[in-house]
Design a binder for this molecule. Structure first.
Ligand code: ZN
Length: 331
């Protein structure tokens, strides 16, 4: 991540609109994004004049409320970035359908995401449907808060129900001290090709989200295609400027390459909305990231960081990836 990208990420995560302030804080923290975000949150929690003068709920505006910062990216779609204490900064998406509010991923659970959405976005109190792109802790941590009254259910991909159901191990929360995932119940297991309707009275594909299995990052990763909005919510299958992990429990580089190829066939003219870093990624990124993974497997890309049996590889442009060293030919 270069300085411009760090400033852009800082702005997305904190909602601070003054790039000069972002630059100053990052400079103070020697360009460590996590340190800069944390010192900003610390400053915010101290008494003082409010830093945001936005009207809550104003269409198209950015909203800043402590750990959650939202931006309207389409007439019925919002991106919310969670400034979590684990430095993941997941991108959560909220889609206002005709008869329901669909929440794609719920973050780590470090704040009251449901309250944020209900106060600022779902002001008509539509019932919620939570859909998670995969079981990692920074995508399912807020699920528990949505369960119960006013919630149609929690939906996840059914490619490997056993994997998804083992939240304690496969969420990776144990690797992040202080992080625990409160229990939640998946009430709808999504199959490849399933449609999640934005309007129960109009079940056409154009008024639905189409579920696509995209294993690779995890066994249970799914992408959601919003045909009408021309967007694909890709979870952690790829995102730029921060290393993608293909070294998790249940990661597979072979599956990842197949998923990238499949997404390429579906992504012409669409925008990719990633689970971190970028909500407006062009579909050319699918080829660029696939070329990096293939290059690593062929032994053509040297590692930049080695940690035990895993290593980070970069293409020197937008993408980097963590992979098991044994996946690299000749290693
Ligand atoms: Zn993940």
């Amino acid at each position: 991540m270069n300085e411009d990208e760090a400033v852009a990420m800082f702005v997305a995560v904190t909602g601070v609109e003054d790039e000069g302030i972002a630059f100053m804080l990052l400079e103070d923290c020697k360009w460590n994004l996590e340190d800069a975000v944390n010192s900003h949150l610390l400053m915010q929690s101290e008494p003082g004049p409010p830093t945001s003068n936005h009207t809550p709920g104003m269409a198209g505006s950015a909203l800043n409320e402590g750990v959650y910062n939202s931006e309207q990216i389409h007439p019925r779609i919002w991106k919310v970035v969670e400034a979590d204490p684990y430095g993941q900064y997941p991108f959560l998406y909220v889609i206002l359908g005709k008869d329901k509010c669909i929440v794609i991923d719920t973050g780590t659970g470090c704040g009251d995401f449901k309250r944020f959405v209900s106060t600022h976005i779902n002001t008509a109190s539509l019932p919620y449907l939570v859909v998670c792109t995969h079981v990692h802790f920074d995508h399912v941590g807020g699920n528990h808060a949505f369960q119960g009254e006013g919630c149609l259910g929690i939906a996840m991909g059914s490619r490997d129900v056993k994997f998804t159901s083992n939240v304690e191990i496969n969420s990776l929360s144990l690797a992040h001290p202080g992080c625990t995932i409160k229990p939640f119940e998946v009430t709808r297991w999504l199959h490849d090709g399933d449609l999640i309707h934005l309007d129960e009275a109009n079940k056409a594909k154009e008024h639905s989200l189409e579920v696509i299995y995209t294993p690779g990052h995890t066994l249970d990763s799914i992408a959601l295609i919003d045909h009408q909005a021309g967007r694909i919510f890709v979870g952690d299958t790829l995102y730029p400027f921060t290393a993608v992990h293909l070294d998790c429990l249940g990661s597979s580089t072979t599956d990842c390459l197949a998923s990238l190829a499949r997404l390429k066939g579906l992504a012409a003219g669409k925008i990719l909305s990633c689970g971190h870093v970028e909500c407006n990624l062009g579909p050319d990124a699918l080829d660029e990231f696939a070329a990096l993974v293939e290059g690593v497997r062929a032994g053509a890309v040297p590692p930049t960081i080695v940690e035990g049996e895993h290593a980070e590889f970069t293409n020197g442009m937008r993408f980097s990836v963590w992979m098991p060293l044994k996946e690299r030919a000749g290693t």
